[in-house]
Each structure stands twice: as C-alpha cells, then as structure tokens.
Design a protein around this ligand. Structure first.
Ligand SMILES: *Cc1c(COP(=O)(O)O)cnc(C)c1O
Ligand SMILES: [Zn+2]
Length: 467
C-alpha cells in the first residue's frame, strides 16, 4: 500500500512502529510509548522559503479559511484541507509587552508576548482542539471526552457546540477548576463531571472510561492536538518577520506545548526552512514541579526514550501516599504527572532546552505585569514571564537575546484571583483554593474607597494625578 502523506509513529526509536492516520491511538499498541503524527517529507507541498508559509490554501472552507491553525495546513496535512474543522481559532498576536520586558530585566524590545487569550474559548487549547476535532470527524466519533484543569474542557465544549459534530463529556477535579472555565463548559452545554480528587485523578479515570465506552479522547496524549499547537510557533515566527527567536518560554503542565513547540522547530529544521532552533524553557510552578525536579535534581534526559523511569515511579509513589502534595494557584499547571513527559524531554533535547520552577508569588506578580501590558492572563500563563525573569537573573538568558513568552490563557478565566491580588492590603492573600502564603503582592492596584461626594472625589483625583 503506498504510504499516505501522513501516518502515525511510535516515538521510541527502538520501536518506531508506524500506523495509519485513521487509527485512534493514545499510545503505541506494540510498546506503550506515545505516538506522533509524522509526514512523508517527499509528499509535503512546501514553499521554498519560510516566509512563504501561512498563506491559507484555497481549499479551506468557511471559518477554516480564517483559522490561524489551518492556514499552515502545509505543515500539518493529516486531513485534506477541505475537511478540516475550525471555530476560528488561532487568530492571535505577538505583542511587544514593554512592561514585561522591563520587569524581566530584558533590554527594551527584546521580550514579546504571544497572546493566545484571543482564541474563541480564551486559551491556546483551541489550536490543538482544531486538530483533534478534525481527526475525530475523520474517524466518525460521536462523543469526545477529556480530563481537564479547565481550559481543555472549555475548548472541547466550545468545539462541540459551535460545530454540532459531536457531544462533549468533560471530567474535572472537584473544586479544582477556575470559575471562568467551569462556566464555559456549563454554558456550552457539555456533560460535566466533577471527579473527587485532582486533575491527575480525573485524567486516569477518563483514560479508562474512554476505553470502556469507545469515546474519542482529546487530552494532549492525543497526537493530533499537538499538531494544531505547532502553529503557535509558526505565528511567533511570522510575528517576528520570520526570524527565529533565541528563547521560547512557556508554562509547563502536561507538556503539550513544550512537546508541540519542539516538534514544530525540529520539523522546520529538518525540512531546511530554518537554520537554527530557539531554546525552549519549560516553566513549572513550585507547587507542581515534578518536571523540574526530574530535570534539575534527577538529571533526567530524553536519552532516546531511555529516560530514568525509576525517578518517575518514586515520585508517583510519594504522590500516591500523599507524602507529596500538589498545590498552586496556577491551576492550569497544577499537574504533577505530565502525560507528555517523554515528548517533553525529547523537545528539550532537540532545542537544548531546560526546566525551571517558579513560586506562586512570582507568578502572581508576573501576572500583574502582563496585565500592565494590556493583555491580561490567567495565573498559569504568567509562569512564562516569571520564568523569563528568573532565567535572566540566573544569567541563563542574556538581556539582549530575543525572548518570546507564551501567554496561554485569558485573564477572565480566573478573575477572582486577579481581584484578590489587587485587593491585597498587607494581610495574607486568600483564595478559595487555599492560602498561598503571598507575603507581599508587589504590584497591587488597590481600589480606592471614596464617599459619594463631589468635592472628596475631586480632591482624591487631584492628589492622584498631581493636578
Ligand atoms: C493547559 C494549560 C497550560 C499547560 O499546558 P501544557 O501544554 O499542558 O503544558 C498552561 N496554561 C494554560 C492557560 C493552560 O490552559
Ligand atoms: Zn512502540
């Protein structure tokens, strides 16, 4: 049988089994490793130069013709261009973010924010969902499901409602979901299940249940999600006039972004469209820092898929016994068992990347700075800016290197956190998820209480504006 342009392949080089593009695989049936979507280079229809990318093919229909994912169809042609699914995702921007550059200690104009909050459901997840939904339709799925800290479920629910192609069932950890995200799943009409426990618990169950019932799983184990997420990097390159930055800094949860970004650059490099790759910095919260602990303390590396699994087992045992707890205000990265660990390690090997962890305090201050740039974000997203600052202070990122921080989700996802932070007046910062020991919010914008009195208001404004 002549091989199609796209197929699936086990990521373990020792196995490298290949499978058809229409199979539904969350892992390799032969060895259990993750699988990639792969392409036959000779069958790709590519421009000669990088700057020729991003021009939507004529076959795209409806919203897909406007999609920031599908206009890069040339680099993810696993479905015919006329058959892709879109709700208008990926129309996002690369913003200058001068306050963030200054905050991170970078020279002016050297730090950028890739603002994915502009997606229809308000997070970068829509990029990947366009890929997964397209595959789900290819295989005739009737119902899709996911476990989620909130944004995957919001995205799945939005795609299901907006396209009417299938039903959605979402599993979230009880009490562990930001209010904006829960409101979306409910509003878009998804079947919504709160599983006792945290994300990792919900994740384990949804894998079992989807297998029991033959539901289409759209978690980032799903390789088609990662294909959609590659396009975030193409848009970054486009935003930089097709120049390759020095660093991509992104929050690290299940390592879907880390994996997808690494794959995007490795493929462009192998295809000869770029001459060098940026380094990827993957940023955990210290409240859920498995990846950082493995990478930095355990020296875990990709090592052609022979990474140190004993480290993983030891940590999972501690998590199982509750000796080790997961707790961060950055709920989207409150993940201690990253499902894409192997691909994440591979991405960092491909890009000479690294991992760091930043505390909640640093995340919340960085979040306030992203707000000051005019592009607010949810807590997890700000881990990128907090991580960039940390790496500049460490001397790992040079002040005049070019850095792109991925701002993964919109600030209205968790407005309670924002209001809590800006109401900080010297006492501890409280939040319904717990007390996060924020000793000092550095950039609170405390609302000022005034009497209902014209003269008093004028006096206060005069004082504040120096007039
Ligand atoms: C899902 C999510 C993350 C984590 O991304 P991974 O690709 O799983 O590492 C980070 N930020 C936001 C806002 C998210 O929704
Ligand atoms: Zn295999």
């Amino acid at each position: 049988m002549p091989r199609e342009v796209a197929f699936q392949r086990c990521i373990d080089p020792a196995c490298a089994a290949t499978f058809g593009i229409r199979e539904i695989l969350n892992k390799c049936p032969k060895c259990g490793a993750l699988v990639d979507v792969a392409y036959d280079e000779n069958k790709l229809r590519l421009p000669k130069k990088l700057s020729g990318l991003g021009v939507a093919p004529k076959e795209l229909k409806g919203l897909a013709a406007t999609s920031g994912v599908w206009r890069f169809h040339q680099l993810l042609p696993f479905a015919p261009a006329g058959k892709v699914v879109s709700i208008g995702e990926g129309r996002t921007i690369l913003a200058a973010g001068a306050p963030a550059a200054e905050y991170a200690g970078m020279k002016p104009g050297r730090l950028f924010l890739q603002y994915e909050g502009l997606n229809p459901s308000g997070s970068f997840k829509d990029n990947g969902m366009a890929g997964a939904f397209t595959h789900a339709r290819m295989v005739g799925a009737k119902m899709a499901c996911c476990a989620s800290t909130g944004n995957t479920s919001a995205s799945l629910a939005a795609f299901a409602a907006a396209t009417g192609l299938m039903k959605a069932a979402v599993f979230v950890g009880s009490g562990k979901i930001a209010i904006g995200k829960l409101s979306q799943a409910l509003d878009y009409g998804a079947l919504t299940y709160e599983i006792e426990g945290d994300f990792d618990d919900a994740m384990r169950r949804v894998v079992e249940v989807s297998a029991d019932l033959g539901l289409y799983l759209v978690n980032s184990l799903n390789p088609f999600r990662l294909e959609g997420q590659k396009t975030i990097m193409y848009r970054v390159l486009e935003g930089l006039g097709w120049q390759v930055p020095d660093w991509i800094v992104c929050p690290a949860g299940n390592l879907g972004n880390t994996s997808a970004f690494g794959k995007a650059f490795e493929e462009l490099y192998q295809l000869g469209l770029i001459k060098r790759k940026p380094r990827i910095a993957s940023i955990n919260s210290t409240g859920a820092d498995s990846f950082s602990v493995w990478w930095n303390d355990g020296r875990m590396r990709w090592n052609d898929h022979k990474f140190d699994r004993a480290l993983v087992d030891r940590r999972y045992a501690k998590l199982d016994s509750r000796e080790l707890k997961t707790n961060t205000i950055a709920s989207a990265i409150e993940i201690n068992r990253p499902v894409n660990l192997a691909k994440g390690l591979r991405a960092l090997a491909w890009t000479d990347g690294l991992v760091r962890a930043v505390p909640d305090e640093a995340i919340l201050d960085a979040k306030a700075v992203v707000g000051l740039c005019g592009y607010g974000c949810e807590p997890a997203s700000a881990a990128s800016v907090a991580g960039a600052k940390f790496l500049v202070e460490e001397g790992v990122i040079g002040r005049d290197e070019r850095v792109v921080c991925i701002i993964t989700g919109h600030h209205l996802k968790a407005p309670d956190v924002t209001v809590g932070y800006h109401s900080y007046t010297g006492e501890k910062f409280h939040h319904k998820f717990g007390e996060f020991g924020i000793r000092a919010a550095k950039l609170p914008n405390v609302p000022v209480r005034l009497p209902n009195d014209r003269a008093a208001i004028v006096a206060e404004l005069r004082r504040a504006s120096g007039r």
